[in-house]
Structures are given as structure tokens and as C-alpha cells.
Design a protein around this ligand. Structure first.
Ligand code: DSN
Length: 437
């Protein structure tokens, strides 16, 4: 019954151990977090909040949830925390549900320029369909165009401005966002899912003094279980004393049912882990590693969007090798033992499925204990793979492209250069367990 699944899990574990993971939104949890995720807490339903549940037998769950809330509240110095969101997308949806009416204006960063789908992508998301979405972008230097943001905000009078990113490699200047939000009376929502660990480590400006509401997933640089939390700041509560109540109601009954209690316990543990000096050092090392990786790539002649990184991530711009090469480069890298994800770039001439960029990040390799020396080696391998496979251009015709990729993938699996790198990757990863601290 379960053998097949356990053998697949073993395969996945081997893959994670042997390969180098550079997807910036991925990480590896501590053994303690891993343990609670498979505990009996998953058996319990507990709709509602501590002391006011719709199900009996929630006494222990109440204590676990309260502990998670207290720890997160202390860590970020905020007066309100909700740890029940299932993940980032539902959490953003709940925040909008609490702060806006259908048809109100929402502003967020364009997806192709580093934003997230749920920040109001106008055509393919509920956030773009139920709200009047106005999107801002970046300038030629790939930094947020605050002049455009201000002009658009004055014109469209948004109810909510989201300051957040998934593929934006530079610091989010929450102070500037605040100044613009204040001019138009908008709520400022900071989606710090990607950078939470950096904020805690003092490696990124904190949104706490500036935002009204903060959302973060808990599995990225925060290094907890897959989930999310919503925080409200003193500023947000000053604006609306009922903000906490509204956010609670937006989660349940607004948009969710029973909380995932094992996840809640994992968040409580991750919050305690994030309060340590080791974690702050971890956050600092994530950035040092990203800087080292970026510098090596530039040295090897690989272009980066905006010329580098100020965070845990960078976006390789493959345009000088050809349009839409992200798919084949990401595939070849995976064969070579380095997995990342293809990504659009701000000046994209390809498409979201065949984009011209590659997103790289260092949270996971840093959790494994890798440092600048390893980043330089990884940078050299990435550059080698890019140059090796980019001589083959991606056809624009759909049928030709499908045939090309089929043949490309088959050839990549047998490619001696990629195989050689994979062997060397395996030797390095053997020295770095999945969770080092
Ligand atoms: N999918 C996440 C990421 O990779 O950044 C964001 O939701």
C-alpha cells in the first residue's frame, strides 16, 4: 500500500541530497520541524481560534497556536499575527478580502518584472479579476520605478498597494512605498515571503515600521514548514482598531476552513529557531553567498538582470545567447546536477513558458553549510553549462520548438560535459548534509 510512495520519497530524498538546489523559494527544514509535520497534529480539526473553536478537543491545539503567535509576534515586534493561512497565495487573497471590496483598485509589481501572480496579475488570477488591478514596473536599471508608481497611484487611487517580490533581486524600499501609500490613503501590504529570513537577520530593510499588513510564507528564507502568516503592525492597527478581527475573519470563515495544525507547530519551532544568533548568521551568509555567486557569474561573462543582487536571489539574463533559452538551460543544468527555475526577465521577448531568464538563489545551499568557495565553483559550472547549450537556438514555430526540445532533452541526458559536472556536483554535495545547523 505505502511501499510505492516510500520508495518514491527515498528517490526524492536522494535527489535533494545529491543535487545543488538553487531555486530561491526552496529551503530545507530542521529535523525538529520535519518531525512535527508527520505528527498526530494532522489528525485534528480545529476551525476557529484559540478559546473559540467549532470543534471539541482543541485544548492542546489552542496552546500550540498561541505559542506560535507569541513567538512570531515577539520576533517581529508586531501586535497581531495569524498563523493559519495555508500558503502565500491564500494569505494574500485573505488580506485583499479583509481590506477591499470587489472592484476596488489593487496595485502590485508586474509578474515579468519580479512580482507575484497574486499581486494582481490582470488576466490569469482572481486578484486581477475581482479587483481593478493596476500594475507598476521597473526602470531600465531593473529597479522599481517609484515615479511611475506614484503617478499611477495618484491617478487610480488604489485601496491596497502591495510591496513584494518573487524575482526582484534588489532591496524593497518600504519607506518609499509608504510615502506613496500615504499620499493616496492606501493600505500598504508587504509580501516578504522571499526575504523574511533576511529581514530577521538585519540583511534587508524591515517592513514593520512602514507597512500596515505583512504577509510571509513560512518555508522560504524563514526555513519553516510550507505555510504562511499574516502580521499587522502598530501602524495598521492605529488606522483600524478592528484590523486584526477583520484579518481573522478573512481567514475563517472568509477564505479557509480548518487550520493545518502540524504546520502551526512547525511555525512555532521555526520562529524559535529564527530567534537565535545562528539564524541571524545564516541570513547573513545567504546574502554573502548570493553576492559571491553573482560575482562569479559576471566574471564568467554571464549577464544578470540589473547587474547583480542585493538579496538572496539573482536573475540571469540569457538574451545575449538567444531569446527564450531559459527552458533548455534549466533542463541542462538539472542534468548537470544543479536545479534552478527558468524565469522571465523585465525586457522579456520570449514568453512565460519559454522565457529568457534563469532565477537563482542561495537559501538552500546556505542551509547545507556551503560558503563563498562553493558558490564560486557553482558559478563556474553554471556559466559552463549556459555556454555549452546556448549555441542551439530555440525555434519560434510551435511544432519545430516541440521537436527541437524533445531532441535537445534526449541529447542532454547523454551529454558528456553535463555528466562530468554532475559527477563533480555529487562529490561536493556529499560533504554538505541537507540541514547543517
Ligand atoms: N512560487 C513561489 C516562488 O517560487 O517564488 C512564489 O509563490
Amino acid at each position: 500500500m505505502s511501499e510505492q510512495i516510500f520508495s518514491l520519497i527515498a528517490k526524492e530524498q536522494k535527489r535533494q541530497k545529491e543535487l545543488i538546489g538553487l531555486i530561491p523559494s526552496e529551503n530545507t527544514v530542521s529535523p525538529a520541524v520535519s518531525r512535527v509535520l508527520s505528527s498526530c497534529l494532522s489528525n485534528k480539526y480545529s476551525e476557529g481560534y484559540a478559546g473559540r473553536r467549532y470543534y471539541e478537543g482543541s485544548q492542546v491545539i489552542d496552546q500550540i497556536e498561541q505559542l506560535a503567535i507569541e513567538r512570531v509576534s515577539k520576533l517581529f515586534q508586531v501586535p497581531y499575527v495569524n498563523v493559519q493561512p495555508y500558503s502565500g497565495s491564500p494569505a494574500n487573497w485573505a488580506i485583499y478580502f479583509a481590506l477591499m471590496q470587489p472592484g476596488d483598485t489593487l496595485m502590485g509589481l508586474k509578474l515579468a518584472m519580479g512580482g507575484h501572480l497574486t499581486h494582481g496579475h490582470p488576466t490569469v488570477t482572481a486578484s486581477g479579476r475581482f479587483y481593478n488591478s493596476v500594475q507598476y514596473g521597473v526602470k531600465k536599471d531593473a529597479r522599481i520605478d517609484f515615479a511611475e508608481l506614484e503617478r499611477l497611484a495618484k491617478k487610480h487611487q488604489p485601496k491596497v498597494i502591495v510591496a513584494g517580490n518573487t524575482a526582484y533581486p534588489f532591496e524593497l524600499d518600504f519607506k518609499k512605498f509608504r510615502q506613496i501609500a500615504d499620499q493616496v490613503g492606501a493600505w500598504l501590504v508587504a509580501d516578504i515571503s522571499h526575504i523574511t529570513g533576511l529581514v530577521i537577520a538585519g540583511e534587508h530593510m524591515s517592513p514593520v515600521p512602514y507597512a500596515d499588513v505583512i504577509m510571509t510564507t513560512t518555508h522560504k528564507t524563514f526555513r519553516g514548514p510550507r505555510g504562511a502568516m499574516i502580521l499587522a503592525t502598530e501602524r495598521g492597527l492605529e488606522r483600524d482598531r478592528d484590523l486584526g478581527k477583520k484579518l481573522d475573519a478573512a481567514i475563517i470563515p472568509g477564505t479557509q476552513g480548518g487550520p493545518h495544525n502540524a504546520t502551526t507547530a512547525g511555525i512555532a519551532i521555526a520562529a524559535a529557531e529564527a530567534s537565535t544568533t545562528q539564524f541571524r548568521n545564516y541570513g547573513k551568509q545567504i546574502r554573502k553567498n548570493a553576492t559571491a555567486l553573482a560575482q562569479e557569474l559576471l566574471k564568467q561573462g554571464i549577464d544578470l538582470v540589473g547587474g547583480g543582487t542585493q538579496t538572496h536571489l539573482m536573475v540571469v539574463d540569457l538574451t545575449k545567447f538567444g531569446i527564450g533559452l531559459g527552458t533548455q538551460v534549466a533542463f541542462a543544468l538539472d542534468v548537470a546536477g544543479i536545479y534552478a527555475n527558468r524565469n522571465t526577465i523585465p525586457t522579456e521577448q520570449g514568453s512565460p513558458f519559454y522565457p529568457s531568464g534563469l532565477r537563482l538563489g542561495t537559501p538552500l545551499v546556505t542551509s547545507r553549510g556551503m560558503k563563498e568557495k562553493e558558490m564560486k565553483q557553482i558559478g563556474r559550472w553554471i556559466a559552463q553549462v549556459i555556454k555549452h547549450v546556448s549555441v542551439q537556438q530555440l525555434p519560434t514555430d510551435r511544432k519545430e520548438r516541440a521537436a527541437f526540445l524533445k531532441q535537445f532533452r534526449a541529447a542532454a541526458l547523454k551529454d558528456p560535459v553535463l555528466k562530468r559536472i554532475r559527477k563533480a556536483v555529487k562529490q561536493i554535495t556529499a560533504k554538505f548534509p541537507l540541514f547543517a545547523e
